[in-house]
Design a protein around this ligand. Structure first.
Ligand code: ATR
Length: 472
């Protein structure tokens, strides 16, 4: 038996849990208790990492007894039923003031419900988004905790000790109450989907319109990575594009099946945005882009029609710069939409979310980490009430500078039959915001015609309905 000496515990010794536990143990001041349903895994982790000085337990009772008060445990088990089972076990043994953290990829609705159920016991339940995958968990993730402000007094310093550091600041902040952390993590993943789709489209254009090889495109991306497009996703893309398959000697990107999978957070982002009434076309097209790629039978059926693809129009070297600008403008739109969803979510669920702080904790550890997020944080620091990120002076200028190129790229892509759903939806979104009159006026007319849904007039106040029967 143990005598309550660990300041933090981790439940779940699969890859994410054991990496997070090792990260915690490597930081000054932490003593880490570990537990896994199957004790073999706990033994193995303790044995393979003697440097961590883990306080290992075979039973949940021992584990709970090994934690100093307030007891703080991070759950890193399978989302859904696994998480619920462990929450239940801890809830039965924890006391008021103790803290249960769910560090898994939970749906924020579940987190809100779990918190509401646990709150009356006086135990704090914290849903914490943790981004950065296996390596992030081990070396420093971006962490997005929700839950009570009180729990963050204990939890904050512990999480700050293991989080990634960007420009001297730990990539963790108390995002908001109950499900706010998992909500923001979900939006992070949605933006990640959009970013990946846009980079994919840029590659496709350079390859199939401009005719560059994957290795050449890797070089072009390396140049881009020196400028405003600098990001982790561009960095890994540089490596992937120059990677050659050892077996065939072909570019790696040519031997991979072109059917992209997904684990669901992109879908959640779009579903949530639909509920909130926030357009997130960039994320939606990324999710749909993966879905289309996986529809093998439909792709084959249409190709079997033998409808010839047009030959790509000739482009010169300036096309590369055009694509970079189109990518940047589209990326700005994707982030603007993502932050709109955060603002709408905060309003609907009663969270006080500091947008600048969120941008800052995404600068390190997570998949969308990028220089760009400094600018984004500055924009919200300067004006927390931006109607849209697009009106912040830096982003407005980037759109101004890139607009012509953006249009040329979408036109050229269309002529060349290269699909650019991400670039095109971003441009259409910008055009929708930037036009005086939208055809929504006609839609209102249609709604009034068939459903007597009424309309408002531009020239006087009030609600109107036209007696359309005379018009048919
Ligand atoms: P990964 O993807 O990292 O392998 P995962 O599948 O999300 O991890 O989760 C696996 C972890 O959840 C394991 O630690 C597993 O415990 P076992 O090693 O005993 O299988 C844990 N887990 C899953 N369901 C659980 C449950 N009902 N109760 C407790 N732990 C559970």
């Amino acid at each position: 038996s143990n005598d309550a000496k660990a300041n933090i515990g981790v439940v779940g010794m699969a890859v994410m849990g054991s990496n997070l536990a090792r990260n915690l143990a490597s930081r000054e001041g932490n003593t880490v208790a570990i537990y896994n349903r199957s004790p073999e895994k706990t033994h193995e982790v303790a044995k393979n990492h003697p440097e961590a000085n883990f306080v290992a337990s075979d039973t949940i009772d021992e584990f709970v007894a090994s934690l100093a008060k307030p007891r703080t445990a991070i759950i890193m088990v399978q989302a859904g039923a696994g998480t619920d089972a462990v929450i239940e076990q801890l809830k039965e043994r924890f006391e008021p003031g103790d803290i249960i953290v769910d560090g898994g990829n939970a749906n924020f609705h579940d987190t809100i419900a779990r918190e509401a159920k646990i709150a009356p016991t006086g135990i704090h339940f914290v849903g914490a988004g943790i981004s950065g995958g296996e390596e992030g968990a081990l070396k420093g993730p971006s962490i997005m905790p929700g839950g009570t402000a009180e729990s963050y007094k204990t939890l904050g310093p512990i999480l700050a000790s293991i989080a990634a550091v960007a420009e001297g600041e730990a990539c963790v902040t108390h995002v908001g109450t109950d499900g706010a952390g998992h909500f923001v993590k979900m939006i992070h993943n949605g933006i990640e989907y959009a970013d990946m789709e846009l980079i994919g489209e840029a590659y496709d254009l350079l390859r199939n319109v401009a005719g560059y090889t994957p290795a050449q495109i890797s070089g072009l991306f390396a140049t881009w990575n020196e400028g405003p497009l600098n990001s982790y996703l561009i960095e890994i893309t540089i490596d992937i594009l120059k990677h050659v398959d050892a077996e065939t000697g072909k570019p790696f990107v040519d031997i991979v099946t072109d059917q992209a999978g997904s684990k669901g957070t992109g879908v959640w982002t779009v579903q949530t945005a639909l509920d909130l009434g926030v357009p997130v076309g960039g994320v939606a097209e990324a999710v749909f882009g993966r879905a289309v790629s996986s529809k093998r039978a439909q792709r084959d059926a249409v190709r079997a029609l033998g409808i010839e693809r047009p030959t790509a129009p000739r482009v010169d070297d300036s096309f590369v710069d055009d694509v970079a600008k189109a990518l940047y403008a589209s990326k700005i739109v994707a982030y603007a939409q993502g932050f709109d969803a955060i603002i709408a979510g905060a309003e609907k669920y009663g969270w006080n979310i500091d947008k600048g702080a969120v941008a800052k904790i995404w600068r390190g550890g997570c998949i969308i980490r990028a220089q760009f997020l400094n600018v984004l944080a500055d924009a919200y620091a300067e004006n927390p009430n931006l109607n849209t990120l697009l009106e912040a002076p830096y982003f407005a200028q980037a759109i101004r500078d890139g607009e012509d190129a953006w249009r040329r790229v979408v036109i050229t892509a269309t002529q060349a039959a290269v699909p650019v759903p991400g670039f095109a939806t971003a441009l259409s979104y910008f055009d929708s915001l930037n036009v005086d009159r939208l055809p929504a006026a006609l839609v209102q007319g249609q709604r009034d015609f068939f459903g007597a849904h009424t309309y408002k007039r531009v020239d006087k106040p009030g609600t109107f309905h036209t007696l359309w029967s005379g018009d048919r």
